[in-house]
Design a protein around this ligand. Sequence first.
Ligand code: NAP
Ligand code: 8YV
Length: 315
Amino acid sequence: MSKPDILAVAKLHPFYLEALQASFTVHDRAHEADAAAFAELAPRISGIAAMGESRVSRSLLAQLPNLKVVSVFGVGYDGVDTEAARERGICVTHTPDVLSDDVADLAIGLMLSIARRIPQADQHVRAGRWPSGPMPLGRKVTGARLGIVGLGRIGKAIARRAQAFDMSIAYTARSEKPESGYLHYPNPKALAAEVDFLVVITPGGAGTRHLINAEVLSALGPNGFLINVARGSVVDESALVHALQSGLIAGAALDVFENEPNVPAELWSLGNVVLTPHMASATQQTRQAMADLAFANMRAGLAGEPLLTPVPECR
Ligand code: NAP
Ligand code: 8YV
């Protein structure tokens, strides 16, 4: 019997690709190649494999009459048109929880990196500047005030880690979470005004676009640091560049950008930023767990079995 046909809409992580290839025929970005060949293939496609940043549009879904499941390798799925999928009865799945620890670890790592200037200090030593003098002083993290924008699975994991640094913890989210015991603020601006470090960890998409804008950065102020591990779209990048260049905020540590993998050239030359290439979940262990879960969702979806982790819109 021939294997079911799967469309990979992006270059898949090797762990995910290898798992899929054992059971399915994977067509790597066939929708971006020859249109006539894709039209011939399209009726056979029963699954889409996507990365967290992939775009799965209404028009792509419309070309796949026998599609059953979209399995995203990532917890974020802001590029998938879930409304169009739901209208057609197509299931969308993602990989929550298994990556929360890694993303929280990196958020704390970025906070320490920007506050204590760890990448800059490494450069100071490597460039032979140590004999000429010390590094400028950093900002103490222990005991500082942390604000978390988005107190979901990952936001809570960040808060738990921050407690070990004796930080005071406040947050904003769509709904208040009295059970958390953390101080709630109604919006990012009110939160930013009261903290030293503002960590952003909401989903991307239309609902959070430019949630962190010039006003929020101004409220964070010249002693405040921004850490973004959510999606580039959540922060107004032009406003952020301006705030960093003009000293409106003290610094920023960023894992995500508006137009990845392109990072604004203005950020490259700034000394008060730390930049990482969207790598918060990028450990061997977590990427394996994500691949296992994304594969299990694909397999279950195609077999008509209950999905392990459907997105909330499809439950
Ligand atoms: P989650 O459990 O769904 O939590 C999302 C949180 O964001 C919730 O607290 C939610 O509020 C809040 N939120 C949503 N819309 C908001 C808005 N407009 N204003 C304020 N808060 C809002 O998701 P998660 O598992 O923690 O993941 C969060 C996101 O992290 C993902 O969607 C993804 O974009 C990003 N991420 C990035 C990386 C990376 O590599 N950098 C890795 C993994 C995830 P309520 O609780 O009130 O609903
Ligand atoms: C991944 C992510 O790097 O889970 C997410 O939402 O952004 C990251 O874990 C990404 O999904 C892989 O493309």
